[in-house]
Design a protein around this ligand. Structure first.
Ligand code: FAD
Length: 418
C-alpha cells in the first residue's frame, strides 16, 4: 500500500526504510533541499548514533515519558541500531560513556548509507517539498482517518493521496535545519494538540559580570546542583564551561532537561561544588597545608593550587575576605567561609539560550494520544508519529537519536494492509 512519510531527518528516513521493507510503496517528503540537515550537525559533526548501554539503561536516560518508549526500545533497541548501520556498511566504534559513533567520525557517512538504503528500497524522495495540510475523512466506523496530505513544491500545491501518513517533522530546536515546528499548527487545525514545546539540553544564561569575567574557563570533576525555591531539581557530576552569556557544557545541558519555563520565572540557583571529592574537614586541612606554604603571601596569591586562576577573584569576592590580607592572619572562621564557598559556589540563572541553541525540544504530541506499540494516533486512523515531535526527550549520549531510530522503525513496520 502507499505510505507517505513527512520529514527526512533520522526518524523519517528510518520510518521510510522500515515501511518499504514491509512491502509498501513509500514517498518521503522533505522541505529542505536534502535529507538529514540536523543529523549532519549531531555529535559535533561525528554523530553519536546511539549508546551501547544495557537496554534497561536506555529508559533511565529518557527524561520525559520513558514508559511510552518501552515497546519501541524493545522492538528496535540500541544493539539493533548498531547492527542496522553495520549491515549498511557503516562500521561503528564505542567511546567514553558508551557513546557509539561511526568509525570514520563523519556524520555525513551516516546520512550517505541511509540515502543508499532509501534508494535501494525504492523510496521515492521529494525534496524542496513542504507538507502544508493534512486531509482526513470520516471512516464507515465513524472514526476519522487519513486520506491525504497537501504538499507545496515550487509554490504549487498538490495532493498526495495516502491512507498511511507518518509524520517525523522534529521539534522546534535549531529551526534553521528545518525543524521549525510548523507541523504542530497543521495538526492543531485537525484537532491533534501538542504539549507546550520548550528548549531542552540548552545552555543557561546568567547576567553577571563575575560570570563574564570567567568566560572560556572549563571546570572538570565538579558537582552541579540546580535549585528552584530551595527545592533540588538536578544534581550531577562532570564538566561545565563558563561562556560570554553564562554557563554551558555537558553538566549544564543535563541540568536544563529538568528545568521548566516556570522555573526560570521563579528563579534558578545553580550551585557548584568545586571540590566534590573532599569533605569540609578534608578541604580545610588541604587549605591549611597550602596556607602553611604561603604564610607571608597575600590571600589572593595563595589560592593558585586550589583554583583555576580565572576563578580566584570571583571566589575571593564571595568570601568577603580582603584579598590583600596576609595568609598568616586569616582566621579559622574565614577559612570556614572559604571552604563553604568552594563547596557551594552560587550562580543565579536568568534564562536559557532558546530554541536556536537547544539540542532538543521538550514537549510535542502528547503520548496519551499515541499507541505505543504502533506509533499510530489514537484519534486519527492511519496517522503515525516518529522522533522528536513526540513528547519524549532524553539526555545526551546518543539517546535522542535512539528514540528517532526506534520510533521510526516501529511506525514504518506498523504500516500494513489490514
Ligand atoms: C547540534 C545538535 C547536536 C546533536 N547531537 C546529537 C547526538 O550526537 N546524538 C543524539 O542522539 N542526538 C543528537 N541531537 C538530537 C538529534 O539530532 C534529534 O533528536 C534528532 O535529529 C531528531 O530527529 P527527527 O527525525 O525526529 O527530527 P529532525 O532531525 O529535526 O528532522 C525533521 C525533518 O522534518 C522536516 N520537516 C519539518 N516540517 C516539515 C514539513 N511541513 N514538510 C516537510 N518536511 C518537514 C525538517 O526539514 C527536518 O529535515 C543533536 C541535536 C543538535 C541540534
Amino acid at each position: 500500500m502507499d505510505v507517505c512519510v513527512v520529514g527526512a531527518g533520522p526518524a523519517g528516513m528510518m520510518a521510510a526504510i522500515s515501511a518499504a521493507e514491509n512491502g509498501n510503496r513509500v514517498t518521503l517528503i522533505e522541505q529542505n533541499e536534502k535529507p538529514g540537515k540536523k543529523l549532519f550537525l549531531t555529535g559535533k559533526g561525528r554523530c553519536n548514533i546511539t549508546n551501547a548501554c544495557p537496554v534497561e539503561e536506555l529508559f533511565d536516560n529518557v527524561v520525559t515519558n520513558s514508559k511510552f518508549l518501552y515497546g519501541a526500545f524493545y522492538r528496535f533497541d540500541n544493539a539493533a541500531t548498531v547492527e542496522f548501520f553495520n549491515s549498511l556498511g557503516l562500521p561503528t566504534k564505542i567511546e567514553r560513556g558508551g557513546r557509539v559513533f561511526p568509525q570514520s567520525d563523519h556524520s555525513s557517512d551516516v546520512i550517505k548509507v541511509l540515502i543508499k538504503r532509501l534508494e535501494s528500497s525504492h523510496v521515492s524522495m521529494r525534496f524542496n517539498t513542504k507538507a502544508v495540510k493534512i486531509v482526513i475523512e470520516h471512516g464507515p466506523d465513524g472514526k476519522d482517518k487519513i486520506s491525504g496530505v497537501f504538499v507545496k513544491e515550487n509554490n504549487k500545491e498538490s495532493l498526495i493521496h495516502t491512507e498511511k501518513l507518518i509524520l517525523a517533522t522534529g521539534g522546534k530546536s535549531y529551526p534553521l535545519t528545518g525543524s521549525d515546528g510548523s507541523m504542530f499548527d497543521i495538526l492543531a487545525s485537525i484537532g491533534v494538540k501538542a504539549n507546550k514545546c520548550e528548549p531542552s539540553l540548552v545552555p543557561l544564561s546568567c547576567q553577571s559580570m563575575e560570570i563574564t569575567a570567567m568566560q572560556g574557563l572549563s571546570l572538570k570533576n565538579v558537582n552541579l546542583s540546580a535549585f528552584v525555591d530551595n527545592s533540588l531539581k538536578y544534581s550531577g557530576f562532570g564538566e561545565m564551561l563558563f561562556t560570554h552569556f553564562g554557563i554551558s557544557g555537558p553538566l549544564v545541558l543535563s541540568a536544563s532537561s529538568y528545568l521548566k519555563e516556570d522555573d526560570y520565572r521563579r528563579g534558578i540557583k545553580a550551585v557548584i561544588d568545586l571540590k566534590p571529592a573532599l569533605t569540609i574537614e578534608d578541604l580545610d586541612a588541604r587549605i591549611l597545608r597550602d596556607f602553611d606554604k604561603n604564610k607571608n603571601k597575600n590571600f589572593e596569591n595563595s589560592l593558585g593550587k586550589l583554583l583555576p586562576s580565572k576563578m580566584i577573584t570571583a571566589v575571593i569576592k564571595k568570601t568577603g575576605i580582603d584579598p590583600l590580607k596576609k595568609v598568616n592572619s586569616i582566621t579559622k572562621q574565614e577559612r570556614e567561609i572559604l571552604c563553604r564557598t568552594l563547596k557551594n559556589y552560587e550562580i543565579t540563572v536568568n534564562g536559557n539560550r532558546g530554541f536556536n541553541e537547544a539540542i532538543i525540544t521538550r514537549g510535542g504530541i502528547d503520548v496519551k494520544n499515541i499507541n505505543p506499540s504502533t506509533m499510530e494516533s489514537k484519534k486519527i486512523k492511519g496517522l503515525f508519529f516518529a522522533g522528536e515531535m513526540i513528547d519524549v526527550d532524553a539526555q545526551t549520549g546518543g539517546f535522542n537519536l535512539q528514540i528517532a531510530w526506534s520510533t521510526g522503525f516501529v511506525s514504518g513496520r506498523s504500516c500494513k494492509e489490514e
